[in-house]
Every structure is written in C-alpha cells, then in structure tokens.
Design a protein around this ligand. Structure first.
Ligand code: AMP
Length: 569
C-alpha cells in the first residue's frame, strides 16, 4: 500500500513528502486505515522506531474539526523527550495544514507558559501523565470535546508508575472518545487498562507479540563479574565506529562506568535521573551531534531518546524487567537499519538470557569478548578504511612529500602497505597483545535454573522465606501462583524451593527479591487462613544454615527444626 492509497488529505501527503517518507511502515499500513475508516478502539503492539507516531498522528490530524476550540485529541506518553518529539513530528506532518495548534505538556518545566498556551486554544495535546493530571486538577484543561486518546508506550507509562494519573485523566475524557493504545509489550497491567478503558478494541500486532525489532541481532558474552568493565572497553575498541548506548541498572553504576570510560579516553557521558534537566538536555544534544559516541544510561533516563542510527546497545547489566530489554534493544535497528544488542553477563546469569529468549521468542547468540589480537586487527582495518577515505589538505604535506617519497624510493605499493600495517600492528600489539582472554563459560546449562541455596544471596539468587509450609498445604505450584498473584508488574524466576512443615524457603534473582517482599507487604493476602508474609531468609553462615536446614529436613536437632516438629504435632 502507498501513502496515496490511504485516504490521506493532499496537505498531509505534502507533509509526508517533505519528510521523504516513501512507503508506509507496517504499523502505518495497519493503523492509518483502521483509524480513518472506523471509530473502534485499537490496541497496537509495536516497538519504538517503527513509525508509530505517523501511524496515529496522520489520521488524528486529518480528522480534526475546524470549529472546535478545545482539545480534540490527547496523546499521552511516558517522558518529556518523547512528548517533545511527538509534538515536533506532528508539526512536521501538519506543515502544509493551516492553523493546527499542537501543545506539548510535560513536567520538569515551568507550567505557566503551558497553561497560557492551553487557555489560548489547542487542537492536539501531547502530554506526560503527571503534568497533565496536575493541569486537570487545577481545572485548566477542558477535555469535554476530546474525540481521540492515544496511550503511547503504555507499558512504559505503567512501568514508571503513572497508573493513577492515567486513570484520573481518562476519567475526564468523554466515554465516546476513541482510545488508541500503543505498547511494545503487553504485561498484565496494560491488558488491565485495555479491559477497563477500551471498548472491544481491535488488536493489531506488528511483528511478534513482545518481540524485539527484526533487524536487531541479540548477542551475549560471558565474563567474570569483575571483568565486565574491561570487556566493555574491548567491545568499544573492537568497533571503532560504535555509536551506542551502554545500559546500566543503577544511577551509581551509570555514573561510575561513564567516569571510568571518560578517564580511559572514550567519548562517553552518563544520562541518569540524578542529573538536572539542563544537564540531561546538554548530554542528549552532544550525543545527537555525535560529540559523545557512547551514552551510559539508565533505562528510565534513556526513554524517549530519539536517535535512529545507533549501531550498538550494550547491556552492561541486564534489566529486571523484560519490557526494559525490549525497549533497550529497540533503540537500535530503527528505521530499517541493522543493529546489535550485546549483553555482558556473568557465569551465573545465563538463566536471564534464557528467560528473555523464551519470552521474546528471540535467539541470542553467544559471542566472545574480543581478544587483544582481534582488537588490533579491527583497529587496523578501521585505520585502513580511514586511510582510504581521507582527502589530504594541500599545504604542509605537499611540502614534505618529495622528501618522504625519496626515503621510500623503490618500495612497492604493497610492500609500503605491509610495512605501514606492521608498524601500526606492533604498536597496538604492544598495548593489547598480552591482555588475557576474558571469556568464560556460563555455569548453568541452557534451560536449567541457577538457583542456589545461599541464603544471603551470592549476587544472583537470594533466598526468601514465606510463613507457610506443608502444614498449610503449600506446594511449589501454589507458591508460584501466590507470587504471580501478588502485586507485581513483572514475572519472577523462581529457583530452588524447599518446603518444610511451617515455612518455605525459595530462591529468586537478587534483583527481584525486594520487589517480591514489597509486593506482599503492599497487598496483604491470606493462604489457608494465614496472613502471608515473605522475608529474606536469615543471615549468618550460609553453610551452617544449610546444615541446619538439612537437619530439619531429616527431623534432626537444631533449634528451629525442633520447634517445627513440636508445633507440627
Ligand atoms: P517513530 O516510531 O514514530 O518514532 O519513528 C521512527 C523513525 O522512523 C522516525 O525518525 C521517523 O521519522 C521515521 N519514519 C516514520 N515513518 C516513516 C516512513 N514511512 N518512511 C521512512 N521513515 C519513517
């Protein structure tokens, strides 16, 4: 299908032509006619970078009525950056339309100009939920004539805790409005929103459900935890044209890695929530201008960052949320380009890769961390490429060229290249050649859990205890059901489960442990008439605890074991 076959107005076609969009993307082919031709609600599963903005933006612009003064369309999205980007895109699409008023409403900026603009009259509001809710609470926005609502990156909005704001905003919108929801993934929370706020929505899936973009290759390399940073440097050295984002899990880690990279001479800076908005704007501007080629970022901070040509995504640490991995890897391979998403994992993290593989339906390829020799070769090739591309400026070189030629008289072109390469290679090998191989094999076999029974956690799995046991009729399946039913946004991998009479010990990835504990504290529940409580298993010497547990299992001595036996009678 072509843009001209979709029933779009000549003005919008002009806007598209100016942007040099030639063919509609799959999401546009599916969504534009669906919105233009009927008023049914719509759920579209689509990644970032697939052309969603035009998919909903063009029909919304087309269907604006001229005689309404208050907003007719509301687009909600998770971040300030995405909000500004969508508003900018809509302005571009509407470049040949007269008098369309688009307002971006986002937090982290003075609200007064936004209030003034709203009062002057707006056709389309693009907003982040927190600020929009604030404006509605002040009664400074009239949504009584909204005809279309877009929830863009719905999974991200919910991940970021905007559920209450969304509900409050949606309750101000007329029931007759058409709701269009876009999400890269469909976790339970998003499905709940579709059930509650949408009427018999049409579901469109572009690509596979929950899958990452097709042109992204997913790779992982296994290293000792202590070698993560040297491995990162080697990847950066092996791909001298790398233009990518290094994702870390915490702000502290993000800052630390960016500082180290900076000290080691890489064009890297950090992007995380501890920076002021001004600092973040400055970093993003530099990244877009490629003054920075490695952006070290947290998931939240990188949301909405709109850069099309990223070559690499490096998962310095894998995220806890599967949705975050999709968003991370979806930052590359955009607009038809190819990209690579590489995860650096330690020996015990293989289960995380397996989990993502299973849920996304994608295959990860195990790759090696480049060796010193491989890096030297890659750098040499890059140097040769530069040599082929450089156009020497006249001047100094011309003056000394005769002298240079005289010195190398009689040396053939091939020999010259060989000598040059050898000189460079030796220089690089001096630096890199003796560096050790960082590759190790994962401990776990594919498909097997890596649950370990060390109660205080070994950096990967942590043992938790729940106050229910055989006496309460708890089984592994029931435990899993309990955990799944608790108030969580993501699934949890459960490792080894050890059920005793009165309580049950189970392993979860350390990154999920606190979330599991909190979810039971937040939403109390009962099982077999008991109020369920989950805590970390006791600290102390793990080996001794294991001994005690073994003793308990055998019904042998040990304070807690004796206690159980007694109360079990
Ligand atoms: P989006 O998913 O809306 O953020 O779009 C991702 C990128 O693809 C943006 O840079 C758009 O300008 C670009 N884009 C969107 N639709 C098309 C199209 N039909 N042809 C070429 N580029 C497009």
């Amino acid at each position: 299908m072509k843009f001209t076959d979709m029933g779009l107005s000549p003005e919008l076609l002009q806007g598209i032509a100016r942007l040099k969009f030639e063919h509609p993307t799959p999401v546009q082919t599916a969504v534009i006619p669906a919105i233009l031709n009927h008023k049914r609600d719509l759920v579209a599963l689509a990644q970032t970078g697939t052309g969603k903005t035009a998919a909903f933006g063009l029909p919304i612009l087309q269907m604006l009525s001229r005689d309404i003064k208050t907003p007719q369309a509301l687009i909600l999205c998770p971040t300030r950056e995405l909000c500004m980007q969508i508003a900018r895109d809509l302005e571009h699409f509407a470049a040949a339309l007269r008098g369309v008023r688009i307002l971006a409403v986002y937090g982290g900026a003075d609200i007064r100009p936004q209030l003034t603009a709203m009062a002057r009259g707006v056709d389309i509001v693009v907003a982040t939920p927190g600020r929009m809710h604030d404006m509605l609470r002040r009664r400074r926005a009239d949504f009584s004539r909204i005809q279309r609502v877009v929830l863009d990156e719905a999974d991200e909005m919910l991940n970021m805790g905007f559920e209450e704001d969304l509900k409050a905003i949606l309750s101000e919108v007329p029931d007759t409005a058409q709701t269009l929801l876009f999400s890269a993934t469909m976790p339970k929370q998003v499905a709940a929103i579709t059930r509650k706020y949408m009427k018999n929505p049409e579901e469109i899936t572009v690509g596979t459900r929950n899958a990452g973009a097709d042109n992204v290759r997913h790779e992982y390399a296994v290293v000792h935890a202590r070698d993560r940073y040297p491995a990162l440097k080697r990847l950066a050295d092996c791909y001298p044209d790398m233009y990518g984002i290094v994702f870390c899990r915490t702000r502290q880690e993000t800052q630390d890695i960016a500082d180290r990279l900076g000290r080691d001479g890489y064009n890297a800076e950090s992007l995380h929530g501890d920076l002021t908005q001004q600092q973040r704007d400055r970093v993003m501007k530099k990244f877009r201008a490629r003054e920075i080629t490695m952006l070290v970022a947290t998931d939240v901070a990188a949301r909405g960052l709109d850069v099309d040509d990223l070559t690499h995504i490096i998962n310095y640490s894998l995220p806890d949320e599967l949705g975050s991995y999709t968003h991370r890897s979806g930052r590359t391979g955009r607009a038809g380009k190819n990209g690579v998403s590489i995860a650096l994992i330690n020996m015990r993290e293989h289960y995380k890769v397996k989990h993502i593989e299973k849920t996304l339906g994608r295959t990860f390829v195990q790759r090696s961390v480049p060796t010193g020799v491989e890096i030297c070769e890659a750098q040499l090739l890059a140097l040769m490429k530069r040599l082929g591309e450089v156009s020497p400026e006249p001047g100094l070189i011309d003056d000394i060229l005769p002298l240079l030629c005289k010195n190398l008289e009689g040396v053939s072109r091939e020999d010259l290249l060989r000598r040059f390469a050898s000189l460079e290679l030796h220089r690089m090998l001096d630096y890199y050649g003796k560096e050790p191989d960082l590759n190790v094999e994962p401990l776990s076999q594919p498909g097997k859990r890596t649950g370990r029974s060390r109660g205080t956690g070994d950096g990967d799995m942590i043992e938790l205890v729940v106050n229910l046991g055989k006496r309460n009729g708890l089984s592994p399946k029931k435990l899993m059901n309990l955990i799944n039913a608790s108030d969580r946004t993501s699934s949890v991998d459960i490792g080894r489960i050890n059920i005793s009479q009165m309580q049950t010990y189970f392993n979860v990835p350390s990154a999920s442990a606190q979330g599991v504990i909190d979810s039971f504290a937040k939403k109390p529940c009962e099982f077999d008439g008991r109020s369920v409580s989950v805590a970390r298993a006791g600290t102390g010497d793990p080996a001794k605890r294991e001994q005690k547990r073994a003793a308990r299992r055998k019904g042998g001595p040990g304070k807690r074991g004796a206690g159980h036996a007694k109360s079990a009678r």
